[in-house]
Each structure stands twice: as C-alpha cells, then as structure tokens.
Write a protein that binds this ligand. Structure first.
Ligand code: ATP
Ligand code: MG
Length: 584
C-alpha cells in the first residue's frame, strides 16, 4: 500500500512553529547560536540544572508552573520554577553534607515521584552525575548497573530498597548513602530524605561546571545485548534545548506531557531537561498506561504537546479510534513518538482519531537527543522517521568490517545510518568500555547500528537494527517492513519478525503475532495473515510461518526484543534479559 503524504494546515489559534521551513532552519542554524540562546552561570561555567530552573527564576519567571504531578490516587502537586529551584538546591546541599562530590554517581530507583525530579536537578546542581534506573528492574539489573556505574549514592523508596537493594547492599562498599523517599518509619543504614532536606535552606548555589564534564549516565535499553553505560556532559543541555524547540515544537506557553519512564534516556532528556529549559509546564503522571486515564489527562490538563512511544500508540489503537472522540482534545497541537519504528498504519490512524498525525522521530541513548524528525510545519510521510535536525548531518553508509565507510547516495538503498559527530549531546564514552566506544566510529562517522534508507527528498526510512536484519534468498529484509504490513490487518495488535535458518534460503522470515481482543488464534486466521502478508509484500519478503503469542517480549522502554524471540525459537541461551519486562 502506498501511504499518502500528510500535509498540514495550521489552525488560527496555534503557535507559529519554531521551525517554519526546514531548509531555512538548516541553513541558518549553528551550534554557537544555539549555545548563545542559553545563559550560563552568572559567574561563568555551565550547568544543566541552572539552565533548566534557576535561569527562569533569575529572569523573573519563578512563579510559572513548572511541574504538575498527578498521583495514582488522584492527588495533584504543583511546583513552580522557583519551587523546583529551591527544592533542588536543598537536595544538592544534602549531597554536599554527605560528602558526595563532583563527578560522583547518584542513582535513582523510583517511579514518577516529584522527588525524582528534584533529585535529578539537585544532583546536577551539586556537580554530581545523575544515573536513573527503571523502578521495575529486579535486584540483579539494579546491582549490575550500580556496580558498573560506581554508585556512591542511591535515592529510592523504602519498599524498593528492601526488595531490590538491601539483599546485596553491603557487597558494594562504595555505595555510602541510601536516601529514602516516603513517610515510613526509619530504615536501618538509610537516610530519610525529607528530614535531611528540612535541615537545608535552599540557598546553595549551583556548581559551575565545564561544558565537557560528566553530568548524566544513561544505560542503553539492552535490546541487542548487554546494556552499555553512555556518558553525557553538561553542554548536552544545548542540544536538549534546541531539539525540543525544533522537533517537539516547544513554546513557553505549552503544556507538555512526556510519557516516558524516568529510567530511560527519554525520561531525562525530554521528561526533565528539554521541557524545563524551554520554560513550559510539564505534566508528570505517576500511573501506568491506561487509555481512558490518558485521554482524560490530555483533556483535563489541556495538554498541547504530547510525546509518547509506539507501544503506547499501538495500545491506544487496540482500544479503537472512537474513545478519543469522547474527549475534548482540541488543545492538543503536536504529537510525537520515539523509541521504536512507528508503523505507517499508526500515523494514519492518529490522523483519523485525533485529526493530526503522530510525528515520528529517531534517536538513541548515545545521541542524547533527537537527531531525525518530522516537523510541525513540514509534510509527514507515514513510515518515515523524517529528516535530520538543523545542526545534524546524517548519511547512509556501507562499510566492510574495519573498512572506511562509503556514503550511499542512491535513494532508497539500505545501509547503516551514520552521523557526523560534534553535536553537544553526543555521548562521550561507554563507561568502562573504551573499546566498544571506539568501535562505534570510523572514517569520521559515528555508526549507529541501525539500517535505514534515504529517499530523494532527504527523508530517512528505518529498515531495522543491523543485528535484526534478515538475509533471505539474496534479499535483505528489514523486520519493520514485514511487521508494518502485518499490523495493517485488523486482527493484529503487535508483530515481531525474525529470520530463522533455512537450508534453501539462508534465512526464512518468521513472524510472531499478538492479536487484538475478540480474535481467535486459529488456523484460519493464520492462513489469512500469511495470505495478507504475501499480497502486501510479495512471496520473497512475506513470512513463511506465523506463531501466535499473548504478548511479545519487550524491554522496559517498550522495544520488541527480537533477539529473544530468535533465541527462544532456536533454543539458544537468552543472553542478557535484565531489561525484559516481567511476564514476557
Ligand atoms: P541496546 O543499544 O542496548 O541494544 P537500544 O538500542 O534499544 O538498546 P536505546 O538507546 O534506548 O537502546 O534505543 C535506541 C534505538 O531504538 C535506536 O538505535 C533504534 O534501533 C530504535 N529507535 C528509536 N527510535 C526509533 C524510531 N523512531 N524508528 C526506528 N527505530 C527507533
Ligand atoms: Mg542501541
């Protein structure tokens, strides 16, 4: 099926897009100018937390609502920029009194609680390094990452501490401080955060850092193997700020909702830093996905910009396009998606359900910020990731192992997606893994490990992860294309596609499918799906076999773990499953 390009008309009451013309914005952009849009500390130096909160207070915008927190139980807590500035200073002082110094790693292990945001900003203010973890990680994944990250301090809740940290706590002698959030009786060997904060007055100044000093430590999702610890520095804030303006079209008047878990890079770059540096009001919802709750939040909080992920969008699609029509979502101006390929079906569906498309964008833990995107004022090609941001040079390259990459100019020819290093949020290393870091660069390019194509208009199209691509009878098949075709069938809620060894073809395409409610996983449907895929894709690319599953294995950031589907199919060891969502 050919998908129609979505061109957009602006409603009269909408903000003028930050990027009105792609070509013009690219021609005019420079990172120097983007740097100048931020302030730096009054006495010199740079700090992400200063740009996120203190700067607004210094400019007289302290009373503006910065963060509205919605609890699972319907409670609401509001924080102005001045509140966040003061609370984060208190947290920084708590760290200083505990002798947690610059460069020391402070981990968080908790859900979306206000203290998480205060801890993140306060850690940065103290010049320490913030390293967030998924609260749903089991004890082993938590320990592995804290060990690799040389944790000195952990902020968590009493119950998470008891379940996931206490059993091994004393085997990590460097872990000196455990700060607990929540009003429970004192727990041995820990510090009650509220009590410690009450002793501080909020006047501690922000640490003046060098632009290239370490600020954030983010672990990759572990989709393709053992998670890597990506190092980010304070000047990343320049990219967080600029990419939020261009790719998410953030304006100070916006109410912005990023649904990402704080344990994942999106939860920091676009769940904390970018919205705050752009001076918006951000919504934080403590609860997990629930279609009705989500639509009610969009309506009641008058959300204008919404950033979510394909998994969530597919869950909304499963519920149907009628539900959102029962809510007044007229304030919603811009919707974006990241984390996994966004199937064209989902873009077209959102156009029907919301009257506007989801804007796919692409980036990685390593890039620290959005690199390729569809923009508010530019046409959207469903199924495409969009075009590189101003200041970002991207190309499709081919390279033999060890050889210098060659740029592929021919349109729609698959190769590895490569980026020219030099933007501020580029990672500066994998912690304790210099060799793996060096392997990511060749001939002046950063190699992303993803395969993609570029069309004649400069739009990029995701093909698959290099590790997931299937070689069948001389064809190179990207799982994304096959999964998207299956998703067009009304019965299919989710699909994961792998290659399995085949004597004749080298590899044969095999699909795993989860069905929407009300469909029977029987032989008749299997045949129908095989036929549908063959009609859509041709016999060479269509799956030879389809298995039904209740759920597909996913990472905690919502990515289908194809390597696990494959290992299970072939009876091979499962490898690192520390990020696997439970029950999958
Ligand atoms: P690991 O590197 O440990 O295997 P990961 O690559 O899943 O895990 P992340 O950095 O969280 O860890 O994810 C980045 C990857 O997610 C990208 O390299 C890409 O494969 C995928 N991705 C993100 N956004 C998109 C998108 N819009 N379209 C297609 N793929 C995407
Ligand atoms: Mg990766």
């Amino acid at each position: 099926m050919e998908w129609e390009v979505i061109t957009k008309a602006r409603r009269g009451d909408e903000a003028v897009p930050n990027l009105e013309s792609y070509d013009k914005a690219r021609a005019e952009f420079s990172w120097e100018a983007a740097r100048a849009a931020l302030d730096g500390l009054p006495g010199g130096g740079l700090n992400i937390a200063y740009e996120a909160v203190d700067r607004h207070v210094a400019k007289g915008r302290g009373d503006k609502l910065a963060l509205r927190w919605l609890s699972k139980t319907g409670e609401r807590r509001d924080f102005t920029y001045a509140n966040l500035a003061a609370e984060s200073s208190r947290f920084a002082e708590v760290l200083r009194r505990l002798d947690v110094g610059q460069g020391h790693r402070v981990f968080s292990l908790m859900g979306r609680l206000p203290e998480l945001y205060i801890a993140a900003l306060g850690t940065l203010k103290n010049g320490s390094v913030f390293a967030p973890l998924f609260s749903a990680f089991g004890p082993d994944p938590v320990r592995q990452r804290m060990e690799l990250g040389d944790a000195t301090t952990l902020v968590t809740t009493p119950s998470l501490y008891r379940k996931k940290v206490k059993p091994w706590r004393h085997e990590l002698p460097d872990l000196r401080n455990v700060l607990l959030v929540g009003d429970e009786p004192p727990v041995e060997d820990t510090i009650d955060l509220a009590t410690a904060m009450a002793e501080c007055d909020g006047s501690m100044p922000c640490a003046a850092m060098e632009p290239d000093e370490m600020a954030l430590l983010h672990f990759t999702s572990g989709t393709t193997g053992k998670p890597k610890g990506a190092i980010h520095v304070h000047e990343a804030v320049v990219a967080h700020h600029a990419t939020g303006r261009f790719a998410l079209d953030l304006h100070p008047e916006d109410v912005f909702w990023c649904t990402a878990d704080p344990g994942w890079v999106t939860g920091t770059s676009y769940g904390i830093v970018s919205p705050l540096t752009n001076g918006v009001t951000m919504i934080v919802d403590e609860a997990e996905f629930d279609a009705e709750r989500w639509y009610a939040i969009l309506r009641d909080e008058k959300v204008t910009v919404w950033y979510t992920a394909p998994t969530a969008i597919r869950m909304l699609m499963k519920v149907g396009p009628e539900l959102p029509q029962q809510y007044d979502l007229s304030r919603l101006r811009f919707m974006a998606s990241v984390g996994e390929p966004l199937n064209p079906e989902a873009v077209v569906w959102s156009q029907e359900a919301f009257g506007r498309p989801f804007h796919d964008n692409w980036w990685q833990t390593e890039t620290g910020g959005i690199m390729i995107a569809n923009y508010a004022a530019e046409p959207v090609k469903p199924g495409s990731m969009g075009r590189p941001l101003p200041g970002i040079e991207a190309a499709i390259v081919t390279h033999d192992d060890g050889g210098a990459p060659e740029v592929v100019d021919a349109p729609m020819t698959p190769g590895e997606l490569a980026l020219r290093p030099g933007w501020p949020s580029m990672f500066r290393g994998y912690l304790h893994n210099e060799a793996r870091y060096r392997k990511s660069f060749a001939g002046g390019w950063y190699l992303t490990g993803d395969l993609a194509m570029r069309d004649a208009d400069g739009y990029f199209w995701f093909v698959g992860r290099a590790d997931d691509v299937i070689k069948s009878a001389g064809h190179l098949i990207g799982p994304f294309e096959v999964e998207s075709a299956l998703l067009e069938h009304p019965a299919v809620a989710e699909a994961g596609v792998i290659g399995v060894p085949d004597e004749m073809m080298g590899e044969a395409v095999k699909a795993f499918v989860a069905l929407k409610p009300g469909y029977e996983a029987d032989e008749k449907l299997r045949k129908e799906l095989l036929g549908h895929a063959r009609k859509r894709l041709g016999a060479a690319v269509a799956p030879r076999a389809i298995d039904f599953r209740d759920v597909l294995p996913r990472t905690r950031s919502g990515k289908i773990m194809r390597r696990l589907l494959k290992a299970r199919e072939l009876g091979l060891p499962e490898g690192d499953t520390s990020t696997l969502e439970s029950g999958a």
